[in-house]
Design a protein around this ligand. Structure first.
Ligand SMILES: Cc1ncc(COP(=O)(O)O)c(C=O)c1O
Length: 306
């Protein structure tokens, strides 16, 4: 991650090198923290930076703090304001990835629930190669953690070790990334992204009760597929054996945006090239995010006063 000029930590914007948290905090020792990853997109013509789906991210951050029973949770409206302040302080004029983390900033045993602190970082993001060329995926032998153990619906930092193991295994075996099955043996999601396939001309994605994060991008993509691409979308269980029947497949998420999957377990998806539905969806998503299309103005928050 590239260094930025400034970071937000506990009520103030501080220079990058001064953003420090004590090693004895519960967050550091046990991963007791929740976070949101957001993206902001630069529009050259308007000379404006747009934060994508801020309200939805702040609603999820509120839910996650509540689920984790944090004491005196941080007001999501305040977090949103501080994200905007930080982007302005760093004077970004390019695509940016933001992480806003609420963490237990106290010393004690794992069940310690407060007080909590807030850390926000933001770093420029360039266009990744995999988004253009597509990625290869391995169906992982690591299973998605079930809801009754550590709910993936909650964006808790500790949850991310599950996807990390799958990513590491995939890379060691020569793939770009992984697809995890849930405890029922159905497709769940990727390490940081949701899964979609196009089968018989319909878009299909696992339900929100498949041990996935209830992804904000997934919801936006369902809307775009339905409204702009006029494609029927089915939310249902997906069997592993359906994957070779897919015409196209892709991952979606704030960080992964819309990334085509061109092979799974070394078997081509469709003809092994990025398909027309995924290409079109990528264009619509990018243009809506950067306000190059006028649709969904409620999804965008302008960062700079103009
Ligand atoms: C496990 C997991 N699944 C899916 C996603 C995509 O979610 P969203 O679209 O809300 O970023 C993420 C995002 O970080 C994730 O961590």
């Amino acid at each position: 991650m590239a260094k930025a000029k400034y970071v937000f930590l506990n009520d103030e914007i501080v220079p990058w090198d001064e953003a420090k948290v004590h090693v004895a905090t519960v967050a550091f020792k046990f991963g007791t923290a929740v976070f949101e990853g957001l993206r902001a997109y630069w529009n050259d013509t308007e000379e404006q930076l747009y934060l994508l789906l801020l309200d939805a991210h702040m609603r999820r951050l509120a839910f996650c703090q509540r689920f984790m029973r944090f004491k005196d949770p941080i007001d999501p409206e305040y977090v949103g304001e501080k994200i905007l302040d930080l982007l302005r302080a760093n004077e970004y004029q390019q695509g940016v990835h933001i992480l806003a983390t609420v963490f237990v900033d106290a010393f004690g045993p794992p069940a310690t629930s407060g007080p909590v602190g807030l850390a926000i970082t933001a770093a420029p993001r360039s266009d990744p190669k995999l988004r253009e060329e597509g990625c290869s995926a391995q169906v992982s032998s690591w299973q998605r953690v079930p809801d009754v153990a550590m709910p993936m619906r909650v964006k808790c930092n500790a949850n991310y070790q599950n996807g990390r193991l799958a990513s590491l295994q995939a890379r060691a075996d020569g793939y770009d990334t992984a697809i995890l099955l849930n405890s029922r043996g159905k497709i769940s999601e990727g390490p940081s992204m949701c899964f979609f396939m196009i089968r018989d001309g319909k878009a299909v994605t696992p339900t929100v009760t498949s041990d996935i994060l209830e992804s904000i991008t997934r919801k936006a993509v369902i809307e775009l597929l339905d409204t702009h691409l006029k494609l029927e979308v089915e939310e249902r269980d997906i069997d592993r054996s359906e994957l070779p029947a897919a015409e196209e497949a892709f991952f979606c998420g704030t960080a992964w945006e819309v990334t085509p999957i061109v092979s799974i377990d070394r078997l081509n998806v469709g003809d092994g090239k990025v398909g027309p539905v995924v290409r079109k969806l990528q264009q619509v998503y990018a243009n809506v995010a950067a306000a190059k299309l006028p649709h969904y103005p409620q999804w965008r928050t302008p960062v700079y006063p103009r």
